[in-house]
Design a protein around this ligand. Structure first.
Ligand SMILES: [Ca+2]
Ligand SMILES: [Ca+2]
Ligand SMILES: [Ca+2]
Length: 172
């Protein structure tokens, strides 16, 4: 009985120690983006090739770059999508979600122009499905994006925000 109490105390102490360390962050890795202009950027992570390692996506007005997660860090795979004609000063936001429920996380990219879906075809290949939301803002605005099943019907929905409004879209 005494031993059980000691064990519980140890667990509590361990929990407190963990909580007090929660504000410490240690740089693990740093990768150059190669972007030579002060573009806006947005990042997200998911296991895009279902190999058990989280991968990173970096979005900017020129396009979307992929960093594949490996045992020894993240490996820059270059651009998986290039946006021709995007205003270099445009804002961007990116989210990773399985939009078509095929078991592969897709890339959802937002800019003032709207929201684009890059379908994950597997083996780190992505297909541009074009704009799923056409906002057509020609002026520069801040952009926010969230992808979630908001109405719990099993299909991912989109929250798209620009400076003066927030819009909720359900997937049909
Ligand atoms: Ca992976
Ligand atoms: Ca998918
Ligand atoms: Ca839904």
């Amino acid at each position: 009985m005494k031993k059980a109490a000691f064990t519980l105390a140890s667990i509590l102490t361990a929990g407190l120690a963990f909580a007090s360390d929660a504000n410490r962050f240690v740089l693990q890795e740093r990768a150059e983006t190669g972007l030579g202009y002060p573009y806006d950027v947005s990042v997200a992570s998911a296991d895009l090739d279902n190999d058990g390692d989280l991968d990173l996506i970096l979005a900017s007005p020129p396009g979307v770059q992929l960093y594949k997660g490996t045992n020894s860090g993240y490996s820059n795979q270059g651009f998986i999508f290039s946006t021709s004609g995007e205003n270099p000063d445009a804002r961007v936001a990116v989210a990773l979600a399985d939009m078509d429920n095929d078991g592969r996380e897709d890339v959802v990219l937002a800019s003032p122009s709207g929201v684009r879906w890059l379908r994950n075809k597997g083996a780190m290949r992505f297909e541009d499905k074009g704009f799923v939301i056409n906002a057509g803002n020609t002026y520069l605005v801040g952009v926010g994006l969230e992808v979630k099943d908001l109405n719990r019907d099993g299909r991912k929905d989109i929250i798209y925000a620009v400076t003066d409004r927030i819009e909720v879209y359900y997937q049909e």
